[in-house]
Design a protein around this ligand. Structure first.
Ligand SMILES: Cc1ncc(COP(=O)(O)O)c(C=O)c1O
Length: 573
């Protein structure tokens, strides 16, 4: 055996069938001065090979060792077990040729040996070849990369791989998310842990009611889960009451309306065209049909909420409920002032913090809870949890009413798998690392905004205090629709958005809304967002030429750049 392997960190393992050969190999290698870590088994008493294959795989994937030697009766079981782990390449070899090729072409990091079919001398020759042969790289490196790519896709799609049409669409969506820059301000990439809770057996459980007061049996464990979600959420926002059952942000708002209003009551919300949400009284929405909705907007001169108008409308129409919160508004909202106005007319204040809730949890955006009678939110935007809704308050009496409105008022069985995923996300959000993430999200939005302004773009309200930036394209004579579609072809996903006082219809619009929450999750910092601003600028400039060939060429060029960028910041791999 040659000497250049002395520096390699090597481990050996076996089940009972490989034990005897393992011991002989180990003492031979140690006699040659090669230090070898023995991961067991410790005797020839029957054991299960998957346990030893796994132990070896974990030592490889954690970087504790460079190479492993794994033995069982045929070598098959232990190699299959080890190969379940990403980054492991266990090769079952029986002679020098196969062991050499396994290294040269497959960059094998575990040599599997069938102890019942390989004698000591042949095993030593295999090991010598395995430890002394280098990887050739080049085309083989490309193929090795494909093994892990395939692995990461199949890991998530294993259980539905028989359903080819569905699993293919899912694999395509994963690839789309991996290879494009996600700028939709209301999206994010949730953690694998949170996703696993959502895809769990909890989806089977009916649990109408609340913990300890269910209309179904067998709820003892889902009670634990819902209580955990509630307590974690209350802790996250330091509030007294929370409901984690709303299926979405819209249903959270509906539940508040059901609890506090009667059909025909007046509500005052931000107009859709100024950046408000459909559920804040917009005419096509149930909130606009069941209630007498009136709207405030933003000031023409600076795009900031027109608080004087809010007060004037409040005094004139005396709404029972005022809604603060928006879908496309990037400056800080003055929740204290909203509370003062609501108090003046004895109205409830609802803060829909759907967009800002993650930033509020991360302590880098004003906290509405000290001022609002009730707060609603989605859980999937800056908060980075599963799709869903929540309701919070410091008023426990109001909370009791809202509990009844959620169930039985509005919903049936709660989505317990989503509630578990929410609980997981709330825990993640209550960490230093989430605070840092939220801070970086805002820093990134400011960097993106500054870079866009430098490139000559008009930004609604002139800047941003959160994760989103609203770009006004009117002066560029490009519509939001054109921009959204062209950016999409260039690998950048965003959405067209009305800008205040927009002359275009909501289907066309004069603006786009971009956000940094998802990109920050994949690790983008200011440099990457400045680069993204450059890509956006290239595409919008091309659109201003109205020349199809120019537009196509720029889209293709940007698409390549974006793919390169995404490769450096992988998700779910
Ligand atoms: C401010 C605001 N409220 C409510 C919602 C509705 O959330 P969902 O889509 O979960 O119904 C949204 C969604 O974008 C939103 O931005």
């Amino acid at each position: 055996m040659k000497n250049n392997i002395i520096n390699l960190k090597v481990a050996i393992t076996s089940d009972h069938a490989g034990f005897e050969l393992k011991q002989k190999i180990r003492s031979q290698l140690e006699g040659l001065g090669i230090h070898i870590l023995d991961l067991g088994a410790d005797s020839s008493d029957p054991v299960d090979y998957p346990d030893y294959g796994r132990a070896m795989a974990e030592h490889i994937t954690s970087g504790q060792i460079d190479r492993g030697i794994a033995l069982c009766g045929t070598g098959i079981g232990i190699s299959i077990s080890a190969n379940r782990f990403k980054g492991v390449r266990a090769a079952l070899c029986h002679n020098v040729t196969t062991a050499t090729q396994a290294r040269m072409h497959n960059d094998a990091n575990i040599l599997a040996i069938g102890a019942r079919h390989t004698n000591f001398e042949d095993a030593l020759k295999c090991i010598d070849a395995f430890l002394n042969t280098g990887f050739e790289g080049n085309r083989h490196a490309r193929r090795i990369a494909k093994i892990d790519e395939k692995f990461s896709l199949s890991q998530k799609n294993d259980y539905i791989s028989e359903d080819k049409e569905l699993s293919q669409a899912l694999a395509n969506e994963l690839k789309r998310q991996q290879n494009t820059v996600e700028l939709i301000a209301s999206e994010n990439f949730t953690s694998i842990t949170t996703m696993n809770y959502q895809g769990s057996v909890l989806t089977n459980k009916y649990a109408e009611g609340y913990p300890g007061k269910r209309y179904y049996g067998g709820c003892e464990f889902v009670d634990v889960i819902e209580n955990l979600a509630i307590e974690r959420l209350k802790d996250l926002y330091s509030c007294k009451w929370a409901n984690v059952q709303p299926n979405s942000g819209s249903q959270a708002n509906q539940a508040v309306f059901l609890a506090l209003l009667k059909p025909g009551d007046t509500i005052l919300g931000m107009s859709l065209s100024a950046g408000g949400h459909l559920t804040h009284g917009a005419i096509p929405n149930q909130s606009g049909k069941y209630f007498n909705s009136i709207f405030y907007g933003v000031r023409k001169e600076d795009g900031i909420i027109d608080y004087a108008e809010v007060r004037k409308l409040a005094k004139k129409y005396r709404p029972k409920l005022i809604i603060a919160g928006a879908s496309a508004y990037s400056s800080k909202i003055d929740f204290k002032l909203f509370k003062e106005i609501s108090k003046e007319i004895d109205a409830y204040l609802l803060v829909d913090m759907a967009h800002y809730s993650g930033l509020i949890a991360g302590k880098c955006y004003p906290d509405p809870l000290p001022f609002a009678d009730v707060c609603t939110s989605t859980t999937h935007k800056t908060l980075r949890g599963p799709r869903g809704g929540i309701i919070l308050s410091n008023n426990e009496e109001l909370g009791k009413k809202i509990d009844k409105a959620v169930f039985p008022g509005l919903q049936g069985g709660p989505l317990m798998h989503v509630i578990a995923a929410k609980a997981s996300a709330f825990k993640e959000a209550n960490t230093e690392s989430f605070k840092n993430y939220s801070k970086q999200t805002i820093k990134n939005a400011k960097a993106l905004c500054t870079a866009l302004i430098k490139k000559g773009f008009d930004i609604v309200s002139g800047g941003t205090d959160c994760h989103m930036v609203l770009i006004d394209l009117e002066r560029k004579k490009v519509t939001g629709k054109e921009a959204e579609e062209s950016l999409d072809r260039g690998g950048i996903t965003c959405n067209k958005n009305s800008v205040p006082f927009d002359k275009q219809s909501p289907f066309v619009t004069s603006g786009i809304r971009v956000g940094t929450a998802a990109g920050t999750t994949r690790g983008f910092k200011e440099d990457q967002f400045e680069f993204i601003a450059e890509c956006i600028s290239k595409i919008i400039d091309a659109l201003t030429t109205k020349n199809k060939e120019v537009i196509n060429n720029v889209e293709t060029e940007v698409l390549e750049d974006i793919k390169e960028l995404c490769k450096k910041f992988p998700i779910y791999q």
